[in-house]
Write a protein that binds this ligand. Sequence first.
Ligand code: CDP
Length: 784
Amino acid sequence: MAVETPLKGNIGDSIKRKEDDRFIRGKGNYLDDVVLPGMLHMAIHRSPFAHARIKSINTDAAQAVPGVVAVVTGALLAQHKLAWMPTLSGDTQAVLATDKVRFQGQEVACVIATDPYVARDAAALVEVDYEVLPAVVTPQKALEPGAPLIRDEKEGQTNNHIYHWEAGDKAKTEEAFAKADRVVKLDTFYPRCHPSPLETCGIVADVNPATGHATLYMTSQAPHAHRTLFAIVAGLPEQNIRIISPDIGGGFGNKVPIYPGYVVATAASLLIGKPVKWVEDRSENLISTGFARDFHMSGELALRNDGRMLGLRVKMLSDNGAFFADAQPSKFRAGLFHIVTGSYDLPAAHVETDGAYTNKAPGGVAYRCSFRVTEASYLIERLVESAALEMKMDPADIRLKNFIQPEQFPYMSATGFEYDSGDYPRAMQLALDKLGYQELRKEQAEKRKKGELMGIGVASFTEVVGAGPGKHYDIVGLRMFDSAELRVHPTGKAILKLGVKSQGQGHETTFAQIVTEELGIPAADIEVQEGDTDNTPYGLGTYASRSTPVGGAATAMVSRKLRDKAKKIAAHLLEASEADIEFDHGKFFVRGSPSKSKTIQDVAFAAYTNLPDGLEAGLEGVTYYDPPNMTYPFGTYLVVVDIDRGTGQVKVRRMVAVDDCGVRINPMIVEGQIHGGLTEGFGIAFMELITFDEEGNCLGSNFTDYLLPTSWETPKFEMGETVTPSPHHPIGAKGVGESATVGSPAAFVNAVIDAVGHLGIRNIDMPVTSDKVWEALNKVGAAE
Ligand code: CDP
């Protein structure tokens, strides 16, 4: 009988997630589980209008409700210079509106009460006298001359334009277009959607009136950066602020910004001297917190007649809502410019992007994406699909013809970024083989003869994750590095403390596995701690799939630091020279005689009990890791759909996803990440939409209107992998958390267009709902 060796948790082992022990027993500790003695509750009164001047606010009725302790307005905050706060993009945002409301759902007043329901009821009694102003809900209208000025309080702001950025070589791109046999153009829109994590945002602010210490329990993906921002905004000494980010029920970028509710709850706790809890409800989350996308995009591809791409020209216009509060590095739209040329060897490219204020919620978070990578990836993959269609080429062939080849890495893109590694043809071939592509193309041809609509969508995405390096990427000036602190106890058990913060990605397991690989301590013996600023080293947090590329690298490096010291101790124990000591999977031995060895546990004990002369006691260290470059995961996604001409209903028959995220630390967790990402991509492609009527009323403010996929709608995914290590990452890993959300929407939409392209339909904007498909078919006389 074969004896199974239990998995120790090395890199590549699919061990079960350590954190699931508490999650599946309902023993997680989420923000709403935090209950402090004497805690008060806060509710927010929000604007019903998208654009209106505030003439007066009357809080008497709210104040009179038994149980109400205080009603906070912008005027009160203004006395403490807290009515406005800086955003992550260098703009300002109203904490509570004083002059005007600029989007529906904007925070106007807060009620603090002894009971959450009393706070809610009283918030509804706040009376605001508004003078309603015309609302602007598209960036095109916002930029028209004479459009209502949304940010009239900003000195020097005379219109609704926010920024203009460019990347690439304009002249070289013009030359490429002049030489081209043909130019393929696509105008498309990536609609506003929302990360909508299961757990909404919240805070318990506990400012101790005696000591002035503030303990803030917050749903924060970046607790250290938030602490620094709190210190700067509120003028509190940073050492007096402790942010504790407990278990988080999904973030996807939604928990990166600082929201007004956090600020008011903290100010209220400071003023009242008691803990204050605020937890938003689902509608508040959907109408007022960081949305995603809302990008109008126009792309042109210059091609030779044989399908070779010569140049790319892109213009984008983003709708940023009422305050420019995108969560992104300060210098430029990094992700968008990074991979707008996709997986293709494009000799020339030029990209321009502009942003506009509108009367919509602010935020623009990188929803499971690195700073607008998703939009860029969608555009190039849809554009290549259009080119294949117009040139009557197979969508796989045109990609294979233009891929950056494996030997071209490291590859400098036409927009000036260095792709670290890749093997795009291999991933594509594996996906095609898994799907049985050629057979399906034959089936499609047969079906087409019978008038049936079947499509095969192809997308070969390249991603970019793992910001820094710090010299190029910063968030409000904070360089984007990350950190790991490792402490090995005398008994050989360890604690690993990280600057990143899991929201459900399995860090407690995978980061322990990196230590297991480097030091040989079993993963079960390593506790991973994150999310407490008093107890973990400074880091920029978890978003944009940066944990493994940056925090994971820091973990490998600190483990190696400890291994170097452990070698000295092992040499002492083995009475040998350090130069002769070798290490293999947790054992130190003298070169040539592996039978005489000391385990990492022996060495850890000696670090506290039996040291060579001159060596400090203990076995611990900290590393702050500044990555030399980003990592570039990639993959090929293939989707097969069948479309009903009578209803426009799209049925996803199959989906094959081949991903390459370099070395996989825990393949089971990686697959889980991809499954989740594909599901979100499916939802975005077919269901999810936050939209507005002409008056700026939000039409996606609950889960009846904003549709999320359940297991009922979600297709089955067939997965494959290739492994192309990152050359600059200590363990060759790239990030993976967001790849599937970035890569899959184009694959789904390309499948639909592949089914109907021969009828003359070139584009259907997401979400590709049945009614839109039927309308498009009807327009070309192909609906039943
Ligand atoms: O930053 P975030 O944790 O959201 O994303 P990530 O770094 O892509 O990692 C998501 C999860 O997948 C983490 O638990 C990683 O450690 C794991 N992972 C892995 O096992 N192997 C990889 N090559 C990449 C990620």
